[in-house]
Design a binder for this molecule. Structure first.
Ligand code: ATP
Ligand code: MG
Length: 349
């Protein structure tokens, strides 16, 4: 539901590399939706590897404070990952997900049809749990009877599985097909994946508003196979952290360039849009980064906040420019600049 807001305060964290080129593009797209959102206020915030090398801090306290106390939502660009481990550095995006309790990673993957009016071949959303599973990072190595042994803990809780499940049900309800596939491997991991599956399965039983959603489930290996063979069968997919990580990258590969795939990190009280791509040091500074992933992330962020019309306008403008194929950045085979593509999209919004 849309909270009534007098203004919408948006934190902008371009961070490193092409983040500095594509986040300003996303800002102009938000400004273009006008009265479909409350008057936006932007706050420029610092984080990233460059911040770390300059000041020794990857995620300044002021950034966290501003996000928590002043912002309704945020847009994050991309961070450079150092090629070797740097002492004292850890990714600010991982830290932000934690401090803002952004437990879901939502990644829509949509192919653009060449023919206007025709349905997209691929139009799905991967909803990935973002706080537990194998990524609790409880690993240890011991020397056993037969040499080295490494172990990791995989944590699945009913609470985290239920809240990610609810978010997936909400997203499915809002879509025409209302279809949700639960991804797991409970034939092998009957206790951990079993709990994930049961927790998500129980949601419509406990709340009749979700009864309209058609629920299916699939083992993760066969889901990857079918994703490549017949991606059009999927609508919303929900998965524990590790499977979701792999599935969302695999799904992104189906629609071509990383430069077009958006995401949001979402919790119950905050949402942060983030393009799926990294800082792309190979093209940084040339003005040719594709702004579409960031502009779509802005749209997704607004959709998550309940501003459906604004989000639709952004998505439709992007689709129309991509479909026309006249103004494309080099990653999509064109020769247009970031700014030209952004201007064309803004004009259509
Ligand atoms: P990082 O360490 O920040 O992840 P990376 O080298 O892995 O950097 P990515 O940003 O993940 O780079 O991108 C991988 C490839 O995709 C690069 O060749 C990059 O130029 C290209 N790419 C990524 N994002 C975009 C974009 N928005 N527009 C055009 N090309 C992109
Ligand atoms: Mg990368």
């Amino acid at each position: 539901a849309t909270a009534v807001r007098k203004s919408l305060t948006i934190g902008l964290i371009p961070a490193d590399g092409i983040g500095k080129e594509v986040i300003p593009a996303a800002r102009t797209a938000i400004e273009a939706v006008g009265s479909d959102i409350p008057p936006p206020k932007f706050i420029d915030l610092i984080a990233g590897f460059e911040s770390f090398t300059r000041t020794g801090v990857a995620l300044p306290e002021e950034t966290v404070e501003a996000l928590k106390n002043q912002c309704d939502c945020a847009l994050f660009g991309s961070v450079s990952s150092p090629s070797k481990k740097v002492v004292g550095y850890s990714s600010p995006i991982v830290a932000l997900r934690k401090v803002l309790d952004l437990y879901a990673n939502v990644r829509p993957v949509v192919s653009v049809s060449a023919n206007p009016g025709e349905q997209s071949l691929i139009d799905l959303i991967v909803v990935r749990e973002n706080t537990e599973c194998l990524y609790v990072k409880q690993e240890q190595q011991i020397v056993g009877e037969h040499g080295k042994e490494a172990r990791a803990t995989r944590l699945i809780t009913e609470r985290a599985s239920t809240r990610i499940g609810k978010m997936a049900f909400e997203l499915a309800l809002a879509r025409p097909r209302k279809h949700l596939t639960i991804i797991h491997k409970s034939n092998v991991l009957s206790i951990t994946d079993g709990l994930f599956r049961e927790s998500v399965r129980a949601i419509p039983t406990n709340d009749s508003k979700y009864e309209a959603v058609i629920v299916a489930e699939q083992l993760v290996d066969s889901a990857v196979y079918r994703l490549f063979r017949e991606p059009q069968i999927y609508d919303v997919m929900v998965a524990p952290n590790l499977y979701g990580d792999i599935l969302s990258d695999a799904a992104a590969a189906l629609v071509g360039s990383l430069g077009v795939v958006p995401s949001v990190n979402a919790g119950d009280t905050f949402v942060m849009g983030e393009p799926v791509h990294g800082s792309a040091p190979d093209i940084f500074g040339q003005g040719i980064a594709n702004p579409v992933a960031s502009i779509r992330s802005a749209g997704l962020m607004l959709r998550h906040l309940g501003y459906t019309r604004a989000a639709d306008r952004i998505d439709n403008a992007v689709d129309s420019v991509l479909r026309e194929g006249q103004l494309l950045t080099p990653d999509l085979g064109g020769s247009a600049k970031t700014q030209e593509v952004t201007e064309a999209i803004v004009k259509r919004i």
